[in-house]
Design a protein around this ligand. Structure first.
Ligand code: HEM
Length: 411
C-alpha cells in the first residue's frame, strides 16, 4: 500500500473543501437514491463528516491494529444509519451501500485530482477503501448478534431547569448497555442529524436514561423547546473510551471536574461508584453564577447517600465530596472561582485520577492548570471521540477544527 501517494492525493482533494463534499454527495445520491434519507435534509457541506472522515481513515491504513479496532466499532455504530426506498420504507445499511460510497469516493477523487489520477493511484484507493469497508462490515456483522441497530426511546419526563437547559428521561425499547461516561448518538425523528448525548445516570434496572441538554444549536434548541412526553428518540451504540475508563486504577482517589452540562457523564460515574465500591471521590462543579449549577439538588442528594460498599466507611472518609463553585455570586457563601482553581485549593491531586468534562475552552484551561500544578498528563481523562476528530475538508485551506461528541456546537 503506497500510503504516501494516498495522503498526497487526499491533501489535494481536501483543498477543494465543501466543493468536494458537494460533488461526492451529488454522485452518491445519483448512484444510490436510497441513501439520501440517511443524511440530513439540510446538507451543510462545510460541516461534512463522512467524506472528511473517509479520507483521513483510509490514509491511516498503515496502523493495522488501531485501524481494526476502530473500524469494527465504526461499522457497528453505522448500523444506526438507515435509508428509505422509493416508497419511504426503511432500508438497513448493507454491503451495497459500501460499494456505492466507494464508487462516489473514487469519482470525486478523479474529478478533483485531474491528470494526476492514474490507474495505479485508483488501484491504491480502491484497495485501501475496500480494506476499511470490509473491517466495518465485519464489525457490523458481529454487533448484529448482540444488539439492535438502534434503540427507540420514548420520552417519559421532561423538566426545563432553566430557559436554555432541559433535563429529560427516556425509556428505550430494549435495555441499552453503556458505561457511565460514554455518550450515545441521538436522533429526533423529525431531524435526520445525529448528536451525542451522555446519560447522567448509571445504568438502571428499568433501563431509563436521563439526559441534560443546553440549547446551543438547532438540534439542542429543538430538544429544549419542543421535546414532549410521548415523543420518540433514536439512540445509537454508546461511544467513548476515556471518561469510562475510571476503573483502570481503582485504588486511586478520583477527582471529577465539570462545567455546564459536562456534569452529566460525571454524575453517571459518581452514581456508579455509589452503587459499587464507594471509592473516595471529589466532584467539583463550576459555573459562572449559581444559576449555572442546574443539577445542584440532585448532586446534594447523591452526596448524602451511603455507598453500597464499605471502602469509605471503613476509612472514616466521606465517599463523595461535592464541591459547587461559582465565579460570580451575590449572596453566594460557597466556593468562589473556576472549578479547577477551587479543586487545586482543596489540595494536591498528583496521586489521583482526574476526569474533566465541559466546554472545549473549559477542558483545555482545566488540563493546563492541572498539569502546571504537577499532575501527570496521563492521570487526566477527557473524552475524545475519534469519529469526529477529522478536520473538515477545508482543513488544507487553513480552517482546522476539532470537535468532540458532547462539545460540538450543533448547528
Ligand atoms: C469505509 C467506509 C466508511 C467510513 C470510514 C465511514 C466513516 C464515517 C465517520 C467517521 C463518520 C462520522 C461519525 C460521527 O461523527 O458520528 C461517518 C458518518 C456517516 N456515515 Fe459513514 N463511513 C463509511 C461508510 C458509510 C456508508 C457506506 C454509509 C451509507 C451510505 C455511511 C453513512 C454515514 C452517515 C449517514 C453519516 C452521518 C453523516 C452526518 O451526520 O453528517 N457511511 N462515517
Amino acid at each position: 500500500m503506497d500510503i504516501e501517494a494516498l495522503r498526497q492525493s487526499w491533501n489535494q482533494l481536501a483543498v477543494a473543501g465543501p466543493e468536494a463534499a458537494k460533488y461526492f454527495y451529488a454522485t452518491l445520491f445519483v448512484i444510490a437514491p436510497e441513501t439520501r434519507a440517511m443524511f440530513s435534509a439540510d446538507m451543510q457541506y462545510q460541516e461534512d463528516k463522512l467524506l472528511a472522515a473517509l479520507g483521513h481513515i483510509i490514509t491511516s491504513v498503515d496502523d493495522p491494529d488501531a485501524l481494526t479496532t476502530f473500524a469494527h466499532r465504526l461499522g457497528a455504530d453505522h448500523r444506526r444509519f438507515h435509508g428509505a426506498d422509493s416508497e419511504g420504507r426503511p432500508v438497513q445499511l448493507a454491503e451495497r451501500h459500501y460499494i456505492w460510497v466507494g464508487q462516489a469516493l473514487l469519482a470525486t477523487l478523479e474529478h478533483f485530482i485531474g491528470p494526476r489520477w492514474t490507474p495505479s493511484l485508483r488501484a491504491e484507493w480502491a484497495g485501501a477503501y475496500e480494506a476499511v469497508a470490509k473491517l466495518m462490515l465485519a464489525g457490523a456483522a458481529e454487533s448484529e448478534q448482540v444488539a439492535p441497530p438502534f434503540w427507540q426511546a420514548e420520552v417519559i419526563n421532561t423538566e426545563r431547569r432553566r430557559a436554555d437547559i432541559c433535563v429529560f428521561t427516556v425509556r428505550p425499547n430494549y435495555l441499552c448497555d453503556y458505561l457511565p461516561g460514554q455518550s450515545l448518538p441521538t436522533q429526533v425523528s423529525t431531524m435526520r442529524t445525529w448528536r451525542y448525548l451522555s446519560p447522567a445516570n448509571a445504568p438502571r434496572p428499568d433501563g431509563t436514561l436521563e439526559f441534560h441538554v443546553r440549547a446551543a444549536g438547532r438540534f439542542s434548541t429543538h430538544l429544549v423547546r419542543r421535546l414532549a412526553v410521548g415523543d420518540t428518540l433514536l439512540l445509537g451504540h454508546p461511544v467513548g473510551t476515556a471518561l469510562s475508563s475510571y476503573h483502570r486504577a481503582p485504588h486511586r482517589r478520583l477527582l471529577l471536574i465539570a462545567g455546564g452540562t459536562g456534569v452529566a457523564p460525571l454524575r453517571a460515574v459518581a452514581e456508579e461508584l455509589q452503587q459499587g465500591s464507594g471509592r473516595p471521590t471529589t466532584l467539583v462543579v463550576g459555573g459562572r453564577t449559581p444559576d449555572d449549577l442546574y443539577d445542584h439538588q440532585a448532586l446534594l442528594k447523591l452526596a448524602a447517600t451511603s455507598p453500597a460498599a464499605v471502602w469509605s466507611a471503613s476509612r472514616g472518609e466521606q465517599w463523595l465530596r461535592y464541591v459547587p463553585t461559582v465565579e460570580l455570586g451575590w449572596g453566594w457563601d460557597g466556593h468562589v472561582g473556576r472549578a479547577v482553581d477551587t479543586a487545586l485549593r482543596l489540595g494536591s491531586w498528583t496521586d489521583a485520577d482526574i476526569l474533566v468534562c465541559g466546554s472545549p475552552a473549559m477542558t483545555r484551561a482545566t488540563v493546563t492548570a492541572l498539569t502546571a500544578s504537577g499532575v501527570g498528563p496521563d492521570r487526566i481523562l477527557t473524552e475524545r471521540y475519534d469519529h469526529s476528530l477529522y478536520p473538515p475538508l477545508s482543513a488544507a485551506a487553513g480552517r482546522r477544527r476539532v470537535t468532540s461528541p458532547r462539545q460540538e456546537s450543533d448547528d
